[in-house]
Each structure stands twice: as C-alpha cells, then as structure tokens.
Design a protein around this ligand. Sequence first.
Ligand SMILES: Cc1ncc(COP(=O)(O)O)c(C=O)c1O
Length: 416
Amino acid sequence: MVDPTAPFDRNLVPPRLLSLDLDALVAEYGTPLFVYDEDHLRSRCRVYAENFGAGNVVYASKAFLCAAMARLVAEEDLSLDVATGGELHVALRAGFPSDRIVFHGNNKNSDEIAQARDSGVGCIVADSNDELDRLENLGYAGEVLVRVTPGVEAHTHEYIETGTERSKFGFSVATGAAIEAVERVAGSKALSFGGLHCHIGSQVFRLDSYAKAAAVMESVASNVEKVVGTPVPVVNVGGGLGARYLSDDPELSVAQYAEVLRDALSGRRVVVEPGRSIAASAAITIYRVGTVKSVPGVTTFIGVDGGMSDNPRPVLYGAGYEAYLPDRIEQERPLAASVVGKHCEQGDLVVPDAHLPADVRPGDLLVTPVTGAYGYSMASNYNKVPRPAVLFASAGGVRPVIRRENPDDLTRLDLD
Ligand SMILES: Cc1ncc(COP(=O)(O)O)c(C=O)c1O
C-alpha cells in the first residue's frame, strides 16, 4: 500500500518527460496534451526484439497509432497488428511494409479483406467460418493464422478478457472448432496455413495465465501435426502483458514472459503482439485544472479540461491512474481528491482516487502518467470536445505528430 501522503512516484514517468518545460509546451500546444518519449517507445520495442527476435514481435496498433508511430515501429523492424480497415489504411499511408502487417478482427468484411489482399498484407488471423468463406472467395494469398479460444482465464477486467469459452473471438478448442478450422485452411487450395493464434486478454499481470494458454497452444499444435498432418510454422500468443499504471502495480519483465512462453512452446516459433506494454508508459497527459470543489463528507472534485474524451479507460474498465502537479512534484499529497473531466457524465472520471498537494487550485497543470495506450486511440469528440494534440519528445527536441482538433474539425462531416 502506497503512503498517500508521500510525494508522487517519479518512476512512473520517463525521465525525459520529467525534465521538459511543460508550461512552454502547453503555451504552444494547449491542454489537454499527450507527450510521448520517443526513445522510451523505441526502448520498449527493443526489449521485445531482444527477447523474442524483431521478426517475432507485432506491435498492436490499437494501443496507439498515427503515421509517426507506424514509422517508428517500421524503423525498429517490428511487425504491425491492425484490427480494422481504418488501422490498415493509416499504416499503409505511413508507408508501413504491408508484408509485415498482421490483420485481426472478429468481423472483417469483404472490403477489408479485399483491401488486405490488394495491398499485400502478409498475414490474416481468421476468426470465423464466415471469414474463411470470404478469404477463399476473395482469393487472399497471404498466410492465414487460425485464432484459437484456449479457454483460459486471464484474471483481468471481463471486458478485456478474450480467451475464455464466453469470448466472441476465435475458434473453440473445447468444442473441436479450432481443429476443424485448421483442417479447412490446411486442406484449402485457395488458402495458405500460417499457424495458430490466441489472445487471452489485456492488462494481464499473471504469467501463470500465459503459461496455461501456451500449454493449451502447444497441445493444439501437436494435435494439428498429428491429426491434420500439417506443420504449425508459428504460434502467436497475442498481447496483453500488463503495464504499471499505479505505483503499487508490479513491473513485469519481458524476459520472464519470454521464458514462460518458450518453456511451454519449446522448439516452436513464438510470436507476440504487445500493445500497451510498449506504448502505455511512454506518455503523459497534461491537463489544466479549472475548478476545485470540496463537497463535505464526499470528496474534493478537481475539474480538468479533458476527461473521457481523451481517456475513456476509467469509465470503461474502472482503470486507475496516478496524478501529479508538475510544479510541486516533490510535495506531499495529503488531499484525497477525485480528478474529473468536463463531460456531462457523472462517470467521467480521470483519476477517481487521486492524492494531491493540499493547495491544488484553478490554473495548475495536472499530469496523469502512463497514458500512452488506449487513451488517444480511444479518444472521441463527445460533447464536441476537440481531440488533443500529440507530441513526440526525443533527444533532438519536441515535435507535434498529431495536431489538436479545432472547432471547424467538429463540423467537417456535416453536410447541411
Ligand atoms: C489480438 C490482440 N493482440 C494484441 C492486443 C494487444 O494487447 P495489449 O495492448 O494489452 O498488449 C490485443 C488487445 O486487445 C488483441 O486483441
């Protein structure tokens, strides 16, 4: 348990971001503002590449994608996971090599499959028999991985737990659907079987859950080799490794994760798809405090100028974050407060149980760390709030990679 009166844990922020002049940045780019440490992103990519081999790491672009991020991933020699035609479009527009793209999704439509076929997407992870029909009919020539539902609990929030029998994703191992799907792909003249895929969930802290999933995958792969008589070139075990959002969350080791997977899948080519564990810790969000309202017997509400439109994770999953005042980062934080957004929802929380210096006041900058994954990528224009700008900071300085939306962006789709 963290001492709530202790100063903020600086280890949650890449050192470069702690040393930036945030007042100068917000004077130029406004608030809310996402700032990523580009070298931190690169170092997370490299940790994965060192432990798995760059060719076996697929960055899950749903965590955070823009042209600059796609180029960074390409420069680090990783592959890219896209889950919709939109993510594919952004990746291709950024010049990401199409043969290193892995296309996911439980309901890819014909246009998306044709887009993948025509752009030379290297691999599609098939999720249903209807999709296999479409892949055959549309003549998709790349590799087809069969997504398997391993029936394993990931011990995370139910909305991001994807590998149980209740999941909408994949072919069940228990019912025999997985092996039938492999038989179908391997026996198809039109399709090329590339291996097996599973994903048990996101924000997973328990390596034993991965060990269980990998053991199931090993038994499915052996079964495929025995029953179907086809080799399994790849076992892709998805993403999901947890990120340290709170100072009392554990810091997971990618090396240990790799060891667990290699133990269970010894001798096989193991591929992983990290998203949040590459992007989350690389960024902070900077807000401006607008109101401080003390409600006796309830809490002190600290109103900031963003909220669920730039980070819906608290309202979707009850996700927790820390908060700090960058110009009083060393101070004790005796004030238990609820940092709330500006949206018309009581559930519009940014940090429901923040600890802040007692003198927090309107005009202060307030930062939430570890917001690099599923913040901007899930951002919306709810209440017609323009989406923030995104900056990349590196040794060479700070550059904007996504501009702030302006009021005209809010009407650009209106036809009348
Ligand atoms: C198939 C697949 N791969 C990878 C990921 C990335 O997960 P994370 O960002 O938790 O690493 C997801 C996330 O939902 C996913 O569905």
